[in-house]
Design a protein around this ligand. Structure first.
Ligand code: FRU
Length: 479
């Protein structure tokens, strides 16, 4: 099969050619969303990192532009963020506001010394098309810590300072600055809390509205690198709590996962979304370090998740980050195939032969022991999502989804414990080589790659030992 065509996503960003990992420098400026990304322009596996660049009007259709940042004497270009310097705090913009990128310079280790990671700046006067590196680079580091990277910067209105969250080994360190150039240590977070299964990477700190209230919560996202001792690969956790301009305090001891699937990593949010819009929009790298370098695509590797709007929901005494796909996605669908309310016992199949689909479905358990849906990619290839009412779990099984034999971990079921399975709401977007499942209004997100010969031939609803009530619709592409 020609995997160049087969696996290439219709709705997700993927580079035209060669290797991509983390989203970087996501920022909205003068009518454009910018997506920079970890990019290796000379191969389809990870290598000396550059910042690739794409722009979009709606975060779904992206135009890939020239490489934004190239390696230099300080090293290759690792992950980081971008902001609009509206008030020329940096002095780079005497005439009109522009973009500043804050990123990690990485120098490989040698026989004499370990790797060196420092934070540097570049600025652009032409909407991100060309960049000038700051002559005083680096602006922060090196440090005694070898892992000292992935700066995410935002303007903290209350203290009128820039705040940088930086991944520093297995903690996040916060720095502040009046001008993006001079950085002062504020505090360090993470000792003895959260998951320490691997190195901490790609932090992001922001406020989110609490659903159905006027209140907000501070949320800190932290990605956790792959650790060969465990079979989960790389994943993302978050903390909810408070931030006073200097210190972040988490309000819980439990480990909270942003995505219970295997393929959502290093995600961060857009900077400078206008106040009138008010959304906090996030997207991640849709892969897993355990097998990212082996996935069976030709000529290009990796894609991003769909953009998602984040909020916080109070569940009991706990606060959960919930995710919804951005409304911009709706204009990529025109028709609907209705699934009228019905009782299902056994299997009900809906034929939808499309290159991508968006399914909305409510499943109400009557007495089925197990129930769920299967996406039939082709006659032989399928992915199954099952709810087990005795165990209260949701399981995604991709063992028969197509090409699977490039990694043992790809075969493992993706499973999450739910409060109950009496009434589940599903939203599932199926593209050429991915499934993004949001359960119960985005309380759970399960993002999973698959490599079938075709996206979708049919969707079936099925039960085991009993019945369920089902209703919903499948949205299909514009013709
Ligand atoms: C996360 C990461 C970052 C680093 C980048 C290098 O996936 O390891 O910590 O900056 O990738 O490409």
């Amino acid at each position: 099969i020609n995997s160049l065509a087969t696996y290439r996503p219709k709705l997700h960003f993927a580079p035209k050619k060669n290797w991509m990992n983390d989203p970087n420098g996501m920022v909205y400026f003068q009518g454009e969303y910018h997506l920079f990304f970890q990019y290796h322009p000379d191969g389809t596996t990870w290598g000396p990192m550059h910042w690739g660049h794409a722009v979009s009007k709606d975060m779904i259709t992206w135009e890939e532009l020239d490489i934004a940042l190239y390696p230099d004497e300080h090293g290759t270009i690792f992950s980081g963020s971008a902001v609009v310097d509206w008030n020329n705090t940096s002095g780079f913009f005497p005439d009109e506001p522009g973009l500043v990128a804050i990123f990690t310079h990485h120098l490989d280790g040698t026989e004499e010394r370990p790797p060196v990671q420092t934070q540097s700046l570049a600025f652009s006067h032409d909407k991100g098309r060309t960049w000038t590196k700051y002559e005083g680079n680096p602006v922060l580091g090196p440090d005694t810590k070898v892992d000292f990277r992935d700066p995410k910067v935002f303007w903290h209105k209350e203290t009128e300072k820039w705040i940088m969250s930086l991944a520093t080994g297995q903690t996040i360190t916060f720095y502040s600055s009046p001008n993006l150039i001079d950085w002062k240590f504020e505090s360090e977070f993470g000792e003895g809390i959260g998951s320490h299964d691997g190195v901490w990477e790609c932090p992001d700190l922001f406020t989110l509205k609490i659903e159905d209230s006027e209140e907000e919560k501070w949320v800190l996202i932290v990605s956790i690198g792959d650790n060969p001792e465990f079979d989960r690969g790389s994943f993302t956790q978050y903390f909810t709590g408070s931030f006073d301009g200097s210190t972040f305090t988490a309000e819980h001891d439990s480990i909270k996962l942003l995505d219970v699937g295997k393929d959502n990593y290093a995600g961060v949010s857009f900077s400078d979304i206008p106040d009138e819009d008010g959304r906090r929009i996030y997207l991640g790298w849709m892969s897993n370090w355990r097998y990212a370098n082996q996935v069976p695509t030709d000529g290009w590797r990796s894609q991003m998740t769909l953009p998602r709007e984040l909020a916080v929901r109070k569940v009991g005494e706990d606060y959960k980050v919930i995710q919804r796909l951005v409304g911009e996605l709706n204009s990529y669908f025109s028709e609907k195939v209705d699934i009228d309310e019905c009782i299902v016992e056994g299997t009900k199949t809906i034929k939808v032969e499309e290159s991508y689909v968006d399914l909305t479905l409510n499943l109400e358990r009557v007495d089925a022991e197990q129930f769920g849906i299967t996406v039939h990619h082709t006659k032989e290839q399928h992915t199954t999502i099952t709810f087990d009412s005795a165990k209260n779990v949701l399981v995604l099984d991709r063992k028969k989804s197509g090409q699977i034999d490039f990694s043992d971990m790809f075969l493992l079921d993706q499973e999450v414990k739910l409060e109950n399975t009496d009434n589940v709401q599903l939203r599932l977007v199926v593209d050429s080589s991915s499934l993004e499942l949001l359960v119960n209004g985005g309380e759970y997100s399960l993002t999973s790659l698959v490599y079938p010969d075709k996206a979708c031939e049919a969707i079936s609803i099925h039960t085991f030992n009993g019945t369920i009530k089902a209703a919903g619709y499948v949205s299909i592409p514009c013709k």
